[in-house]
Design a protein around this ligand. Structure first.
Ligand code: FES
Ligand SMILES: [Fe+2]
Length: 442
């Protein structure tokens, strides 16, 4: 029995103006439909071009259940292909990353492909003469993802062959990437310091919501911030803080701080939290770095770059960006109740090493599952996943600051504790769960 597959109205009914149904988090049937529709229709983050610096370098991953690889091609550009041999379907590469040389050769029957995916060689070629191989998909080589775009070295793809174009999908939220990249005096980021991976036993939407949840730090992270506060309380106000202290103490700021930081929603589920300031605004200034930035961008632009310091920007549904410190989180849903979270750090080229230390320090202090912050969140995510199984209340509340006037508006700027930033994600979810999302034609 299927509840949702042939019942689009049942899917739409799960997202109401101010609350969402628990099946959004619990139903494996819905998760399968999400893989088929929602994650195919939206633009997903694949990886960063600096993960494949040299020709022949590849990075393989699963994107919404499909085997995918990002490849540095012979002409220096980045391609994104299905990691699937055109012959019988073996994956071309099974390591996560490596260098394939000048071509890919399938380990099964040695069909070979150039780095741009085109067919290069087939053993016993004469056996194919007079056959229909050339007219078949199998004769055409590797299949690129239908939509692909490299935006300032951030590589995105869309699985569906038709749909919203990249700029129309992301729009203004791309400024989050601009700001992070512009923090490099050379205008270039490279991944550094490895990746932190954490599989959480929860639905992916819980993680996405939490990125915009400004009301939980005071309770969820109370013990960590109180411990840090107790260590620091006797220090003079102007005492220079160790980096970890500088990063952890603002988590204890009150409801008022988080409310006043402000939030903004955009079409398609994207958001900007910390329109006015954020927990990152108080980081110590680095005169040598600022001088390099002024030299590269000019006074006014350098000020603009440094003053913009949002808490989080969500490029819905797979990427969350923190411009300062230069870190991203990548959401990789695995099943209805399992989600892989990756936290990556960047080196801002031309900036002092201290910036990379901040980036890596932040990821380890806040996003690592072993950190004093993330383990509190992970416990709550897994707890909600279990709690939602209870009967008698099928709904998850998103009522805070709901205003009927917000319906139908694309860009809204509001207070930082408004659950609009979460409601906006679910409205986009409902739209992209449709077979052909309304208004999403290329
Ligand atoms: S499956 Fe790849 S060559 Fe046969
Ligand atoms: Fe948290």
């Amino acid at each position: 029995m299927t509840t949702y597959r042939n019942h689009p109205e049942a899917i739409q009914a799960l997202v109401q103006d101010d609350r969402v149904h628990r099946d959004l988090y619990l139903s494996e049937e819905l998760f399968a439909l999400e893989q088929e529709r929602f994650f195919a229709n939206t633009w997903l983050y694949v990886g960063h071009a600096s993960q494949v610096p040299a020709a022949g370098d590849y990075w393989s991953l699963e994107l919404a259940g499909r085997p995918v690889m990002m490849v540095r091609q012979a002409d220096g550009s980045v391609g994104v292909f299905y990691n699937r041999c055109a012959h019988k379907g073996s994956r071309l590469v099974s390591d996560e990353s490596g260098n394939t040389g000048k071509f890919f050769r399938c380990p099964y029957h040695a069909w070979a492909y150039k780095l741009d995916g085109s067919p290069l060689a087939i053993p016993l070629k004469s056996g194919y003469e007079g056959t229909r191989l050339k007219e078949c998909e199998s004769g055409r080589g590797l299949v690129p993802l239908a939509g692909m775009r490299v935006y300032r070295d951030f590589v995105f793809a869309r699985i569906a062959t038709q749909g919203v174009d990249f700029d129309g999908y992301f729009g203004e939220v791309l400024k989050a990437i601009d700001n992070m990249v512009d923090r490099s005096p050379e205008g270039r980021l490279t991944v550094a310091g490895g990746v932190l991976r954490n599989v959480i036993q929860c639905n992916w939407k819980m993680y996405l919501e939490n990125i915009n949840d400004t009301v939980h730090p005071m309770s969820t992270h109370e013990s960590a911030t109180q411990a840090a506060g107790a260590l620091w309380k006797d220090k003079p106000a102007d005492a220079p803080k160790p980096m970890a202290m500088e990063q952890i103490l603002p988590f204890g700021a009150g409801y008022d701080f988080f409310d006043k930081m402000g939030g903004r929603v955009f079409a398609n589920g994207h958001s900007l939290l910390g329109v006015n300031f954020s927990i990152h605004s108080g980081y110590a200034q680095l005169p040598e770095y600022e001088a390099a930035l002024r030299k590269a961008h000019g006074e006014a632009r350098a000020d603009e770059i440094l003053q913009r310091s949002p808490q989080n920007s969500v490029l819905f549904p797979s990427l969350a960006v923190k411009g300062s410190p230069q870190v991203i989180r990548v959401m990789r849903p695995l099943s209805a109740d399992r989600t892989l979270i990756e936290a990556w750090s960047f080196r801002a080229e031309g900036a002092p090493d201290l910036l990379l230390e901040r980036s890596m320090g932040y990821n380890r202090l806040v996003f690592s599952p072993m950190s004093v912050v993330a383990h509190d969140d992970v416990h709550l995510f897994e707890s909600m996943q279990l709690g939602l199984r209870g009967e008698g209340n099928d709904w998850v509340s998103l009522h805070r600051d709901f205003d009927p006037a917000e319906l139908g508006q694309e860009t809204v700027t509001t207070n930082g504790t408004n659950e609009l930033l979460m409601r906006n994600q679910f409205r986009a979810w409902a739209r992209y769960m449709q077979d052909s999302p309304s208004g999403a034609a290329a």
